[in-house]
Design a protein around this ligand. Structure first.
Ligand code: SAM
Length: 379
C-alpha cells in the first residue's frame, strides 16, 4: 500500500521490503514523503551500511560513517535499534554501541560529545540489523508520522492514523469520495477514520499540521527547500468534502473527535452525533460507505460485550443499510462471524500486536448463519 501511495506521489520506483519500502531520490523526495504520505510511519535517509555480525563490527561500521555533516557536540541524540542477530540480541545494547561509536567519533574530532535525549532528540538515528548486516539511517520524521498534530491524541482505543489511512485506501475510499458518496463511522470513538477519510477526500497534506520534525536541527537540513514544499502543499487546491458522519454513544469520545477535526480545520465538514448503535440510520439516501472499528473485547470491556456489539452491527447494517458497503476491522475471526454478514474480502492486518481482519462487506438482504443465537432485534 505504501509503495503504491509513494509512487502515486511521484516518488520511486519503490521496492517493497519487509515492513518498509525503499526508494531513491534527492532530499526533496524524502521531504515530500514526510509531508504527503498518509501510510508511512517514518521516513529514513540511509547514511551507511556494513557488517554487524557482532557489537564490535557494528561499532566499526557506525564509526566509519562521517557524522559531522549531520550533528555536532551541541546536538542531542537518540538511537532506535531494530532487528538483531545471535550476537546482538538486546536492542538496548545495540543502541548503546551505536551511540558510543557516534559520540567517540565526534569527541575525537571536537573534544566534546553530544548528549542523549530519548524523548525529543535533535537527531534520531535508526539502525536495522538483519543477519550479519546493518543499515544506519537518519529519521527525518522524528516523532512517528501517525502523530499528525500536537493536539490530536486519540481516545480510549484509538486507531493509529497511518493504519486508518491504509484501511481507507484498501477500501478504495478516495474513488467513492470523489463520486460524492457518504462516509459513516457508527462507532467513531476519537474519529480516526473520519479525520483520515476527510483529509484524504479534500486533499489535505497529512504533514501540514505538524510542528516538529526529525530534521529541524539536522545540519544538512535544507530549510529553503522544505519551506518551498510546505508552501506548495498549502497552495494545493482542496477538493469539496463529501458528507461525513460520526456516531458514538460516548460523549467523551465525541468531544475528542470534535476537537481533532476542528484542529485540522475540518470541523464544519463532519456531523458528529451521540447515537447508540441500535438507533444508527443511514444519513443519506444514496448508499455510501460505513467504516468502523468496533470494540474487540481485548482492550476495552469483555469479549461477550464485543460479540453482542458485533451482532448488533450486523443487524443494523442488514436491516437499514441495504445497498451500502461496510468495512469492519475486527479483532478476531470469532468476532467476524458474529457479524452474520458474508464478507467479499477478509484482509489480515495488524493493529499493534492484535492480528485483525478487515472485512469488506457489501450489504445485501441475505444474512449468513451465525455460530451463536441472535443478539435480538434492533432498536
Ligand atoms: C475501538 S473504539 C473505536 C476507536 C476509533 N476507531 C478511534 O480511532 O478512536 C469503539 C467505539 O465504539 C463505541 N461503542 C461501543 N458500543 C457502542 C454502541 N452500542 N453504540 C455506540 N457506540 C458504541 C465506543 O464508545 C468506542 O468509542
Amino acid at each position: 500500500m505504501l509503495a503504491t501511495e509513494l509512487e502515486g506521489l511521484g516518488l520511486g520506483p519503490c521496492t517493497p521490503r519487509r515492513g518498509a519500502v525503499a526508494f531513491r531520490g534527492p532530499l526533496s523526495a524524502g521531504y515530500r514523503a514526510c509531508l504527503w504520505s498518509r501510510v508511512a510511519s517514518r521516513v529514513l535517509v540511509q547514511l551507511g551500511e556494513g557488517p554487524a555480525q557482532d557489537s564490535d563490527a557494528l561499532y566499526r561500521t557506525v564509526r566509519g560513517i562521517p557524522w559531522r555533516p549531520h550533528l555536532g557536540p551541541d546536538h542531542t541524540l537518540a538511537v532506535d535499534f531494530v532487528g538483531g542477530n545471535a550476537a546482538l540480541r538486546h536492542t538496548g545494547f545495540g543502541a548503546r554501541r551505536t551511540k558510543d561509536a557516534i559520540c567517540d567519533q565526534l569527541r575525537a574530532a571536537t573534544g566534546r560529545r553530544p548528549s542523549i535525549d530519548l524523548e525529543h532528540p535533535d537527531i534520531r538515528v535508526h539502525v536495522h540489523v538483519a543477519g550479519e548486516h546493518c543499515t544506519v539511517s537518519l529519521d527525518l520524521a522524528g516523532d512517528p508520522l501517525h502523530r499528525r498534530s500536537a493536539g490530536v491524541e486519540g481516545g480510549r482505543a484509538p486507531l493509529k492514523e497511518t493504519l486508518a489511512a491504509a484501511l481507507l485506501l484498501l477500501a478504495d475510499w478516495p474513488a467513492a469520495a470523489a463520486a460524492g458518496r457518504a462516509l459513516v463511522d457508527p462507532m467513531c470513538g476519537s474519529g480516526s477514520f473520519l479525520r483520515e477519510g476527510l483529509a484524504m477526500a479534500v486533499g489535505l497534506p497529512p504533514g501540514l499540521p505538524r510542528r516538529r520534525w526529525g530534521f529541524d536541527r539536522w545540519r544538512a537540513h535544507d530549510r529553503a527547500l522544505w519551506e518551498g514544499l510546505v508552501a506548495e502543499a498549502r497552495a494545493t487546491p482542496r477538493r469539496p468534502p463529501p458528507p461525513v458522519f460520526g456516531y458514538d454513544r460516548d460523549p467523551g469520545a465525541l468531544e475528542t473527535a470534535c476537537a481533532g477535526l476542528a484542529g485540522l480545520g475540518l470541523g464544519e465538514a463532519v456531523r458528529l452525533l451521540r447515537v447508540p448503535l441500535a438507533l444508527a440510520e443511514p444519513p443519506t439516501e444514496q448508499p455510501g460507505f460505513v467504516i468502523t472499528n468496533p470494540p474487540y473485547g481485548a482492550r476495552l470491556g469483555s469479549v461477550a460485550d464485543a460479540e453482542a456489539v458485533m451482532a448488533l452491527l450486523g443487524d443494523v447494517l442488514r436491516r437499514r443499510f441495504l445497498g451500502w458497503r461496510a468495512f469492519v476491522l475486527t479483532g478476531s475471526p470469532r468476532l467476524a462471524r458474529r457479524l452474520g454478514l458474508r464478507p467479499a474480502r477478509r484482509i489480515p492486518v495488524w493493529n499493534g500486536r492484535i492480528e485483525c481482519r478487515f472485512l469488506d462487506v457489501p450489504i445485501s438482504s441475505r444474512p449468513v448463519e451465525r455460530d451463536r443465537p441472535d443478539a435480538g432485534p434492533v432498536g
